[in-house]
Design a protein around this ligand. Sequence first.
Ligand SMILES: C[S@@+](CC[C@H](N)C(=O)[O-])C[C@H]1O[C@@H](n2cnc3c(N)ncnc32)[C@H](O)[C@@H]1O
Length: 176
Amino acid sequence: MLIIVANVLVLIITLILLYYVSSGAPYLPTTDKNVLKMVKFAGMKRGQKILDVGSGDGRIVIAFAKAGAEAHGFEINPILVWMSRRNIRRAGLQGKAFIHFVNFWKRDFSPYDLVIVYQITHLMKKFQKKFEKELRPGTKILCNSFFLPDWKEEKKDKPLFLYTKMKGKNSTATGK
Ligand SMILES: C[S@@+](CC[C@H](N)C(=O)[O-])C[C@H]1O[C@@H](n2cnc3c(N)ncnc32)[C@H](O)[C@@H]1O
């Protein structure tokens, strides 16, 4: 009986892990050094709306809010949502930094001026399609570690890649 229960538990945990990995990257925070680099690299203007797609413990949202953005994060893990909201309160950034407990695939990215992505290789093509469909021309996309497979970046300083959504089709990458 105990073996059956243990097997069922392992199966449930495996299914949950599979769901997480297929819908987005597991939690791996950006280093503090790279968070600071991102704020400078993105060239964001004060008052702009930024989005961290899969916001983890909220460190990027907090850094951009401190730099003058209206910063939003989408996060699916309830523990990380709780932690990041607590971190925002501790930093005194209520009203400037916001964490939404959502699956980012179900949300529209069009309201944002800068979209930040630290996800996983096999999902970058899917993100590229979502950006092509939803983002307004002029929107910046900042990718950490994993690049958009077919778009030419505006600038790069590994592990960061910065893109601008064009009015027509984005120019094609010629190799990384
Ligand atoms: C590599 S971590 C990046 C965390 C944070 N952006 C940073 O750079 O420190 C990826 C995050 O995406 C979240 N995530 C994965 N799939 C998601 C989904 N479908 N919707 C919302 N968040 C998701 C994970 O829970 C995790 O916190």
